[in-house]
Design a protein around this ligand. Structure first.
Ligand code: GLN
Length: 491
């Protein structure tokens, strides 16, 4: 066998090699295992490496040997964020309270990937209950940025993003409630897609904010993200919020009377994203350069980029933190020391509840339970939760309008480059501002994707990745992929 440079390969090419017998699933896994051996100590992307990965690969190799045509994802090593259930495996959501919890069933996305013959390599580190932007909130220690181990990989799907960037696997699953796929994708120089709300089943995803959560892929290329998305998407009877995307897609409505297959996209850059409450005027220079570079690339391909206004998006962070905390406080009520995982001893039932939560949950989940309970309490409900829902509706309406004018919205993914471990750990508001460009897509439900947009120089000549974000109308992921490929090829 001629030596193949596996680090350059993407899913389609690997599939071809596997199917033609030029590479075995086992050999492929060995390549990733070697990288894990070398770099995992410095990265801490995984909470557990699955010891049956070679068995899983062996099953695929057997199928190939027997002359069977294998699905596109068969034998492809993927990592899974620790909040997505895989039957009979531990699933802790990065929390002590679920440290010894074993999943009783497969998440819908896992069943689909199992049917394809995916090789699951391990479960990845994350901020506790997906609450965070740096993976520092994991109860099991932080993950390090693959480009600089003194910096964060982003969060909450930091382990998954770092695993893909470090070539520990060919792709990964993460979840996104307010940027948790896109922000780590930007910080680690990979692609991260948050699908339209309702495109992918949430059955078997440990819930954070149920009206915001979506599972999505992290991958090396737009095409890889597209392949994984096309496998995991679809209506599921176990999640009533999933829909048949063909019926509801806004993409079916031709823009300005033209055909909906748009080749020269019109992209809108929201001015509010650069004027947010005065807080965000100081966009990192590297981020601005990435944006400018992307706009230049798109212009060259014949796309039109123009400034737009998206009223209410300047309140995305406040609105997101009210709604997410409200939903989180109710979702986390089930961790009472009785039904799941960790249970503390107590004199009576109330004491068991209180001690289990006190010792089992970290600072950030407790902060959000408090905030969420407060914004839902009588007397404050209208002022906070009700108001946030109004802003959310306003944002949605503004988008319906704007997407008559532009095909895709373009923005930075994050206001900064990857920051230092510890830099924002004691300042929750500074940390929350990492979501300034991302929360809007979750609040309104539209699909959004972050993709690499070059590197920026920081101290000592070090280079760190910067990302840009594309957003499309509901169920128009295809538009993200087409536009993303334009950017990717030319970058
Ligand atoms: N940074 C966001 C938060 O802390 C991201 C959450 C997410 O998308 N899971 O809530």
């Amino acid at each position: 066998m001629t030596r193949i440079n596996l680090s350059d390969l993407t899913i389609k090419k690997v599939h071809e090699l596997l199917q033609n017998g030029d590479l075995s699933a086992r050999e492929l896994l060995e390549f990733y295992a070697e990288n894990i051996k070398k770099y995992e100590k410095d990265t801490h992307a995984f909470l557990e490496l699955f010891d049956d990965a070679y068995q899983q690969a062996g099953r695929v190799d057997k199928q190939i040997k027997s002359g069977k045509e294998i699905p596109l994802l068969a034998g492809i090593p993927l990592a899974v964020k620790d909040n997505i259930l895989i039957k009979n495996r531990k699933c802790s959501a990065g929390s002590r309270i679920l440290e010894n919890f074993t999943a009783p069933y497969d998440a819908a996305v896992i069943s689909k990937l199992k049917n394809e013959g995916v090789v699951f390599v391990g479960r990845t580190n994350m901020d506790e209950f997906a609450m965070g932007s740096s993976t520092e909130n994991s109860a099991f220690g932080p993950t390090k940025n693959p480009y600089d181990s003194t910096r964060v990989p982003g969060g909450s799907s930091g382990g998954s993003a770092a695993a893909v960037a470090r070539q520990f696997c060919l792709g990964a699953l993460g979840s996104d409630t307010g940027g948790s796929l896109r922000q780590p994708a930007a910080f680690c120089g990979v692609v991260g897609l948050k699908p339209t709300y309702g495109a992918v089943s949430r059955y078997g995803l440990i819930a954070l904010g149920s009206s915001l959560d979506q599972i999505g892929p992290l991958a090396k290329s737009v095409e890889d993200a597209e392949i994984i998305f096309n496998v995991i998407r679809g209506k599921d009877k176990m999640d009533s919020t999933t829909v048949d995307s063909k019926i509801v897609s806004l993409c079916e409505i031709p823009r300005s009377g033209k055909n909906s297959k748009i080749k020269n996209f019109t992209l809108g850059v929201p001015k509010e994203f650069f004027e947010m409450n005065g807080e965000n005027k100081e966009l990192d220079r590297g981020v601005v350069a990435a944006m400018e570079n992307s706009i230049a690339v798109l212009n060259k391909t014949g796309c039109v980029v123009k400034q737009i206004s998206l009223p209410a998006f300047e309140y995305a962070v406040e609105t997101y933190y009210i709604i997410m905390s409200a939903e989180a406080s109710s979702n986390l009520a089930r961790y009472d020391g009785i039904k799941y995982g960790f249970s503390a001893k107590g004199e009576n039932l109330l004491e068991v509840y209180m001690k289990s939560r006190e010792n089992g949950l970290g600072d950030e989940p407790r902060r959000r339970v408090l905030t969420g309970t407060y914004v839902l309490s009588a007397g404050y409900y209208d002022e906070y939760y009700g108001m946030a829902q109004n802003v959310r509706n306003f944002m949605r309406a503004a988008l319906v309008d704007k997407f008559k004018e532009v095909d895709v919205i373009l923005s930075p993914t994050t206001p900064t480059l990857p920051f230092k471990i510890g830099e924002k750990a004691d300042d929750p508001v500074a940390m929350y501002l990492s979501d300034i460009f991302d929360g809007g897509a979750n609040l309104t439900g539209i699909p959004a994707m972050s993709l690499p947009a070059g590197f920026a120089k920081v101290e000592n000549g070090k280079e760190l990745p910067a990302g840009v974000q594309l957003m499309a109308p509901w169920f128009c992921e295809e538009r993200l992929f087409e536009c993303g490929k334009l950017l990717e090829i030319s970058n």
